[in-house]
Design a protein around this ligand. Structure first.
Ligand code: ADP
Ligand code: MG
Length: 394
């Protein structure tokens, strides 16, 4: 972390001859609650200790100067003229400026240098981190007076509208609102949220990146959404108060969907079970019972693989590999499916052996070496204060 911050300071001083304000914006994991967001259900993300660091300063003119250290690219534009361009990474930043302007806020010219250690495109939400960090940084720089939740919504809108990715709100919410040693229980319908403690003493979050992404992902995603809507439609014939699967029960599905459409039934049952599992899992965490919570992660994986059918052989293999290993409390595929990472809760002393064993098995089985990331929960977006070498977040 110090290394990245030093790199930013150096680059900033060299490029702009001044010292920047530095913001840290974390990536996130989601412990349980997959494919529940668009059904108005619950998710359970946490911010992690992998982040994007952003150095910022005001300019006297109306120009925007951006430098990506990791991509070794720079960009110059103007605050009044926010345009699409083929430097994709700039869209996450300009999109946030656009949202601030849409809200009637005055953003002047600024310099920005950034770098990070969230792997890009691995499902740890480097994009949301970038958007949230920029929103938070500009809010500080220009004293815009925004609340965190307002910035969450703007960051999501930036990705939806300027980048053109129809993401939900979880990623930005986690990056902005995270707390160390807590998971966020977020109600995707009302955006009500509560923090649940997660006892991570002696446990790390290990992510195995399958390094595959099957092209099925987006068409199957759309099909799943339609199947969920189909289930709701069947239920509403008798129970009009059911607006989304969030409101449905297993009994309703058994009564009205099971015989009508067995495939839709299996999809909907997974979602109804997943919401319940998440709420029960939060009770486990409140009791400090991470082992019971971990068992539920395995159940989630089974549901996603067998009933929701969004897993793939590589992800299933990674789960099979860890299932009976010592020190593994729970594991599941994470994200939309058809590739990406598995998330594993692992006792620290077991991690090195687990990584060696799983990596070797995965490579022998698929011909690919998995990438591995080890993470902890961490606070959400904040300013990096450096006092006598110690780094403090606020
Ligand atoms: P994810 O959010 O899962 O990491 P996305 O595809 O949504 O993956 O976002 C990744 C994109 O975000 C990158 O292609 C890049 O444009 C931008 N990005 C994220 N982190 C960085 C970084 N450190 N440097 C430059 N661009 C970044
Ligand atoms: Mg993203």
């Amino acid at each position: 972390m110090h290394l990245i911050i030093n790199k930013i300071k150096q680059k900033f001083e060299q490029t702009f001859q001044e010292k920047p304000l530095i913001i840290r914006a974390p990536g996130r994991v989601n412990l349980i609650g997959e494919h529940t967001d668009y059904n108005d259900g619950f998710v359970l993300p946490a911010a992690i200790n992998k982040a994007i660091y952003i150095g910022l300063s005001k300019r006297q003119d109306d120009q925007i100067h951006l430098v990506s250290i990791d991509l070794d690219e720079s960009f110059t534009g103007r605050v009044q003229v926010l345009e699409q361009n083929d430097q994709h990474w700039t869209l996450y930043i300009l999109g946030v400026v656009q949202q601030l302007q849409k809200a009637g806020l005055k953003v002047g010219g600024f310099n920005l240098v950034f770098s990070g250690d969230i792997p890009l495109g691995a499902g740890l939400s480097s994009s949301a981190a970038l958007e949230c960090g920029v929103a938070f940084g500009l809010n500080e720089l220009f004293a815009l007076g925004l609340e965190r939740v307002q910035m969450v919504k703007m960051a999501q809108a930036a990705e939806n509208e300027f980048v053109g990715v129809k993401c939900g709100i979880m990623d930005q919410f986690a990056s902005m609102m995270g707390k160390k040693n807590f998971v966020i229980q977020l109600d995707c319908r009302s955006l009500d949220y509560t923090y649940n403690p997660i006892e991570m003493e002696g446990i790390d979050i290990v992510l195995f990146d399958s390094c595959v992404s099957h092209s099925l992902a987006s068409s199957e995603y759309n099909t799943r959404r339609q199947q969920c809507e189909q289930g709701v439609k069947l239920i509403r014939e008798k129970y009009p108060q059911v607006k989304t699967l969030r409101d449905a029960t297993q009994d309703m599905l058994d009564e009205l969907v099971k015989d009508q459409d067995p495939v839709v039934y299996r999809r909907c049952r997974y979602v109804v079970q997943e919401n319940r599992r998440l709420l029960e899992g939060c009770e486990d965490l409140k009791r400090g019972d991470v082992a019971a919570f971990g068992q539920k992660m395995y159940e989630t994986h089974t549901g996603l693989s067998k009933n929701y059918e969004v897993s793939c052989p590589e992800l299933d293999f990674l789960i099979d590999c860890v299932k009976d290993q010592p020190g593994v409390l729970g594991a599941r595929m994470m994200g939309g499916g058809f590739g990406g990472c598995t998330i594993n809760l692992v006792k620290k002393e077991a991690i090195q052996d687990l990584i060696s064993e799983v990596s070797a098995k995965y490579e022998a089985h698929t011909g690919k070496k998995p990438k591995v990331y080890v993470a902890q929960t961490e606070a959400g977006v904040g300013i990096v204060h450096e006092t006598e070498g110690a780094v403090v977040h606020s």
